[in-house]
Design a protein around this ligand. Structure first.
Ligand code: GLU
Length: 507
C-alpha cells in the first residue's frame, strides 16, 4: 500500500512550489491506489503564523488535491499536527541516546557564537560535528554522569545526532539516482530541545515511520538533510521500512536564475501563492491565483508540467489524465522556469472549456454588480459569442459591455481615423438598409457590403469600422453583422442615430 504525505510547516501562505509538491504526491498516491496524508509540521513554534494551516487546507481543496487522512480529516494514524504529538517524541530521543546515536549538548548560544568567531578568524566555518564535538560542552566530552547532573539541576540542553566519523551515506533518490555524502561534511543536527519539542528532523522521521509512509516526495531543498534522515532510519533500526525518496527540482525565476520568490511575483505581475494572503502581522496582501480569476484546473495543469512531462507533446491534461500519465522517474532533475505567458495560455485554454452557461454565470454576476438586468438567454448568447476573447473573468465586462449599454463615448483615435465628414450619409444609409431588408445575416450583408459599399466604390474598412464605432464605441469586437443581429434592430438604429448626432457636432 502506497502512503504519501504532504507535510508543510504553517509558517505563512503556501508557495506554488509547495502546491506542486502536494500535487505530485497526490498524483502518485492516486495512480497507485494509495493514500495521501496531510501532516502539519509545526515544531518550530517561533515561526508559527496564525491562519497558515487553514490557508493550506483551503488552497489544496480549491485545486482539487484531496486527502485521505490529515489534520482536517482525522484518521487512524493521528494526531496529524506535530504539536499535538509532542508527548510521543521524547522516547525516541531517549532511545537514540541510549543506543549511542545521540548525545546531550549544553553549549550556550554565546559559546557557540564565540566558536563561530574563532573559526571565522581563521577563515574557516564552524560546524558542530565529529571534528569539533570533543571541544564542546556535551555528554561525550563531559561524561554521562556530569551530563545527568546538569539535566537534573535544570540546565537547558539539546539532543544532537552523533554522525559516525568518515562513513559514506547514500540516499537512493527516485529522480536523481544514488546521492552519496561523507559524514565528515555533515553536522550533528539538533534533534530535540529541553522544552520537550523535537526539531523537524526527528519529528519528520518518527512520523513518517509511525504513519507508515512509503514514499517521501518533497522539494530539492531537503536533499542535504536526506543523509541525516537515512542515518536516523538506520539508528532506529527501521531501515527495512524506510520510505523511498524523490526530491523535486526547484521552481525557478522566469529568467532562470535562482528560486522563484514572492518578490518575483510582485515584480513581474503574477501570483506565487494559490490564494490571496493577508499577512496577520504586517497586514501586507499578496495576490493569489484564485482571486486573479485563474481556474483551478489551469493552475493544476500548469504546475504538473513544471518539472515533469508525459513524454509526448500533450499539454492539456485533466486531473484524471495526469493521474494516469504521471511518472516519478520522468520528473526532471533540472529546475523548472516559471513562465507567465504559459500560465495565461493554460488559463485561456481552460476558460474555453467552460460552458456558455458557466461563462454567463460569471458575466451575470458582473452585470448585477453594475445594477444591469438582462435576459438570461441573451447573456448566455453573448457569453458564448465572446468566450474566445476572454482569458480571465475580470475581462468579461469590458469585453462585453456594449451588448448591455450603448457607448457613451467614442474612441477619439478611431474616430479621427475612420469617421470622415461624409460618414453621416453612409450611416444614414445603413439605417435605411436595416429598416428595409429582412433582419438576417445574408440579406444585410448583401445590401450593405455588395449593393451599397462595393457598388459605390466605398472603402469597406472605413464604413464598417465607422459602423462599429457607432454601435460599440471602438473598433474591436466580433463580426459586425452578427453583432447587429444580437443587439437588435431598434437598438442598433438608436445607436447609429446618436453617433451621427454626436460626431457631427464634434467635427
Ligand atoms: N515541513 C517540511 C516543509 O515545510 C517538510 C519537508 C518534508 O517533506 O520532509 O517543507
Amino acid at each position: 500500500m502506497v502512503r504519501v504525505r504532504f507535510a508543510p510547516s504553517p509558517t505563512g501562505p503556501l508557495h506554488i512550489g509547495g502546491v506542486r509538491t502536494a500535487l505530485y504526491n497526490y498524483l502518485f498516491a492516486r495512480q497507485n491506489g494509495g493514500q495521501m496524508i496531510l501532516r502539519i509540521e509545526d515544531t518550530d513554534q517561533g515561526r508559527f503564523v496564525p491562519g497558515a494551516e487553514q490557508y493550506i487546507i483551503e488552497a489544496l481543496d480549491w485545486l482539487g488535491i484531496k486527502f485521505d487522512e490529515g489534520v482536517h480529516l482525522g484518521g487512524p494514524y493521528g494526531p496529524y499536527r506535530q504539536s499535538d504529538r509532542k508527548p510521543m517524541y521524547r522516547q525516541y530521543a531517549d532511545q537514540l541516546i541510549r543506543d549511542g546515536w545521540a548525545y546531550y549538548a549544553f553549549d550556550k548560544p554565546e559559546a557557540l557564537e564565540a566558536k563561530r568567531k574563532e573559526f571565522e578568524a581563521q577563515k574557516k566555518t564552524f560546524q558542530y560535528d565529529c571534528n569539533t564535538r570533543g571541544e564542546m560542552e556535551n555528554s561525550l566530552s563531559l561524561g554521562m554522569e556530569e551530563a545527568q547532573r546538569r539535566i537534573d539541576a535544570g540546565e537547558p540542553y539539546v539532543v544532537r545526532f552523533k554522525f559516525p566519523d568518515n562513513i559514506d551515506i547514500t540516499v537512493h533518490d527516485m529522480i536523481r539516482g544514488d546521492v552519496t555524502m561523507n559524514s565528515r561534511l555533515l553536522d550533528d543536527k539538533v534533534l530535540f530541545k529541553s522544552d520537550g519539542m523535537p526539531t523537524y528532523h526527528l519529528a519528520n522521521i518518527v512520523d513518517d515511520h509511525t504513519m507508515e509512509i512509503t514514499h517521501v516526495i518533497r522539494g530539492e531543498e531537503w536533499l542535504p538533510s536526506a543523509p541525516l534522515h537515512v542515518m536516523l532510519y538506520k539508528a532506529f533500526g527501521w531501515e527495512d521500512t524506510m520510505p523511498r525518496f524523490a526530491h523535486l527540482p526547484l521552481l525557478l525565476k522566469p529568467e532562470g536564475n535562482g528560486k522563484l520568490s514572492k518578490r518575483d511575483g510582485d515584480r513581474l505581475g503574477f501570483p506565487v501563492f494559490p490564494l490571496e494572503w493577508h499577512d496577520p502581522k504586517s497586514g501586507e496582501v499578496s495576490s493569489g491565483y484564485r482571486e486573479q480569476g485563474y481556474l483551478p484546473q489551469a493552475v493544476v495543469n500548469m504546475l504538473a508540467l513544471m518539472g515533469w512531462n508525459p513524454g509526448t507533446e500533450q499539454e492539456i491534461m485533466s486531473m484524471e489524465e495526469l493521474i494516469k500519465l504521471f511518472n516519478v522517474e520522468h520528473i526532471s532533475k533540472n529546475g523548472a522556469k516559471f513562465n507567465l505567458d504559459k500560465a495565461k495560455w493554460f488559463q485561456h485554454e481552460y476558460f474555453q472549456k467552460l460552458s456558455d452557461e458557466q461563462v454567463a454565470d460569471l458575466l451575470e454576476a458582473q452585470l448585477k454588480e453594475r445594477g444591469i438586468e438582462a435576459d438570461r438567454n441573451y447573456i448566455v448568447k453573448v457569453a458564448g459569442m465572446m468566450k474566445e476573447r476572454i482569458t480571465f473573468p475580470s475581462e468579461l465586462w469590458d469585453t462585453c459591455c456594449y451588448f448591455f449599454e450603448a457607448p457613451t463615448e467614442y474612441n477619439e483615435k478611431d474616430v479621427a481615423k475612420r469617421w470622415t465628414p461624409d460618414m453621416h450619409i453612409h450611416m444614414a444609409k445603413v439605417i435605411e438598409i436595416l429598416n428595409t431588408v429582412p433582419f438576417e445575416h445574408d440579406a444585410i450583408h448583401k445590401a450593405l457590403l455588395d449593393d451599397y459599399i462595393a457598388a459605390n466604390g466605398l472603402n469597406t474598412g472605413k464604413v464598417m469600422n465607422s459602423l462599429r464605432i457607432a454601435v460599440v464605441g471602438r473598433t474591436v469586437g466580433p463580426d459586425m453583422i452578427t453583432l447587429v443581429l444580437t443587439i437588435g434592430k431598434e437598438e442598433t438604429i438608436r445607436r447609429i442615430e446618436k453617433a451621427i448626432e454626436k460626431l457631427k457636432i464634434e467635427q
